[in-house]
Ligand binder design. Structure first.
Ligand code: HOZ
Length: 430
């Protein structure tokens, strides 16, 4: 039953499929796992988005993380407008880029030097190249079901859209690129230890999501990240923490602040761009100084440090520094977790919630979910009908069981209660 007619979205999607592969510019948006079609969004305001048919949705996608303050935040729009008046791109340095790097370093002290790029994919790809250039080693270790963007060597056993669509290794990635990527299960420190004992001298880097969010949200077990830190130090391996989702989200200083870890390199994105295409990587100065023009590792970009994106990101970080930000996010998100679990229990549906701060996944399995293998025990048909029922009741969820919901500061307690009521009705309807 479709409670909300969406004929305009359907019409645009039909046009889209003739000119855009699958009708979308990023695969998960096609809503294939949930047996639906994408909604075309006309605008957003606070915690809500509005589709082209005029339907309103409480938005738990939040542009996959960046909209932590809600959509169309007036102070961010004003910062963009002020900067826009001076021009949009120069391909030459601006003072805003320096301010941006200083703000990122102040938030994440392990990022002693920072380079701005335009997307999380660029950040992780560049960090890997840097790690290989610095160590002179080829092999990287990544986590099964983790997703770090779509550069070749990171598309092995990838989460997010690759997991959603069942594409564990992408066509077009050469055997050579894939052969240098070794994978281990999430939260399996002994597996990392075994690889490093056998091949440590070949391994340039291990890359982990601070808190994996692309197999759904699956927190690190106690001691896991600290164990990786110890092992990488012992074997001279560069520890890269991908905080594209978690940076400025689970704490102002990201997952590394939550767990007390100092990685060698960190990648940030999403929130740091204030909703515009900006990301960054950074870390120990002794490593970062291998980048051109100081060193031999090449990395570049015409739109890197784009002034509009820098202005939006800087304003976003400034607003997040206001007292009470993360306490409020925690209280809204805990309310959502408790409400969703209560709704599942009342309906007799086996489920668990994995959550760190305002990032969470409702998994349709008894749980706990500790890695990609346990995430895959979920009832995907149940998730699909839940997604559709929630959409019909005015709640927009990420269209995959293997993604995280993101709670926004723009929500009120009543908004959270409305989401929980929609969940209870959806689950009761079967
Ligand atoms: N890879 C993103 C989620 N983990 C989805 C990006 C998008 O569709 O915008």
């Amino acid at each position: 039953m479709t409670l909300r007619p969406t004929p305009r979205s359907a019409e645009i999607f039909a046009r889209a499929q003739a000119v855009i592969p699958g009708g979308v510019n990023s695969p998960v948006r096609a809503c294939r796992q949930v047996g639906g079609e994408p909604l075309f969004i006309a605008r957003g305001e606070g915690g809500r988005v509005y589709d082209v048919d005029g339907n309103e949705y409480l938005d738990l996608v939040g542009s996959w993380g960046p909209m932590i303050l809600g959509h169309a935040h007036p102070e961010i729009l004003a910062a963009i407008a002020r900067t826009l008046a001076n021009g949009t791109s120069f391909g030459a340095p601006t003072a805003l880029e320096v301010e941006f790097a200083e703000a990122v370093r102040a938030a994440v002290p392990s990022m002693e030097k920072v380079r701005a790029v335009s997307s999380g994919t660029e950040a992780t790809m560049s960090a890997l190249r840097l790690a290989r250039g610095v160590t002179g080693r080829k092999v990287i270790i990544k986590i099964d079901g983790a997703y770090h963007g779509h550069s070749d060597s990171l598309l092995v056993a990838a989460g997010s859209g690759a997991a959603t669509l069942g594409i564990p290794g992408s066509a077009g990635v050469t055997e050579g690129a894939a052969a240098d990527t070794l994978t281990v299960p999430h939260n399996d420190l002994p597996a990392i230890e075994r690889i490093l004992a056998a091949r440590g001298a070949e391994v340039a880097a291990i890359i982990v999501e601070g808190i994996p969010g692309n197999m759904g949200c699956v927190p690190p077990a106690p001691g896991y990240l600290a164990g990786i830190r110890d092992l990488t130090t012992k074997h001279g391996v560069i520890f890269i923490m991908d905080e594209v989702m978690t940076g400025f989200r689970v704490a102002y200083g990201g997952a590394q602040a939550v767990y007390g870890i100092t990685p060698d390199l960190t990648c940030v994105g999403k929130i740091v761009g204030g909703g515009l295409p900006a990301a960054a990587f950074g870390g120990k100065a002794a490593i970062m100084d291998h980048l051109a023009p100081l060193g031999p590792v090449y990395q570049a970009g015409t739109l890197s440090g784009n002034p509009i994106a820098m202005a939006a990101g800087l304003k976003m970080l400034e607003l997040l520094r206001r007292p009470g930000t993360y306490e409020r996010l925690e209280s809204l998100s805990a309310r959502l977790e408790i409400g969703l679990l209560g709704a599942c229990r009342a309906a007799g549906v086996p489920a668990c919630v994995e959550r760190v701060g305002s990032m969470l996944t409702l998994f349709f399995t008894a749980g706990p979910v500790t890695d990609y293998a346990s995430a895959k025990t979920c009832d995907l048909a149940r998730f699909a009908s839940f997604f559709r029922g929630m959409r019909d009741r005015g709640v927009s969820l990420p269209p995959s069981q293997f993604e995280a919901m993101f709670v926004s500061l723009a929500f009120s307690d009543d908004d959270i209660d409305a989401i929980v009521t929609a969940a209870a009705q959806t689950l009761a309807a079967g």
